[in-house]
Design a protein. Structure first.
Length: 84
């Protein structure tokens, strides 16, 4: 029986950062995670709603959900590290 490793769920506060910083911070955070881990990015930059999903798609990560509330955009990504 194989043991499934614990999945990590990290939070990234990218509020008050303007493009391209939310994407850069997300990229830095994802680099420390493993396939299947989740990263939730909270941003106040309206561009993040398009930029982070586009970056995720290009890099093979999966956007789980995008929530907009109180002028914040909350994006949850499932990490896919192809090099593993």
């Amino acid at each position: 029986m194989s043991h499934q490793p614990e999945k990590s769920h990290q939070q990234l506060d990218a509020r008050r950062l303007l493009c391209p910083l939310p994407v850069i911070r997300a990229q830095d955070a994802v680099a420390k995670l493993k396939t299947g881990d989740l990263l939730t990015v909270t941003s106040t930059d309206p561009g993040a709603k398009m930029d982070i999903p586009s970056w995720s798609r290009i890099n093979g990560h999966k956007v789980i959900e995008i929530i907009e509330k109180d002028n914040e955009i909350i994006i949850t990504i499932e990490v896919n590290q192809e090099s593993e």
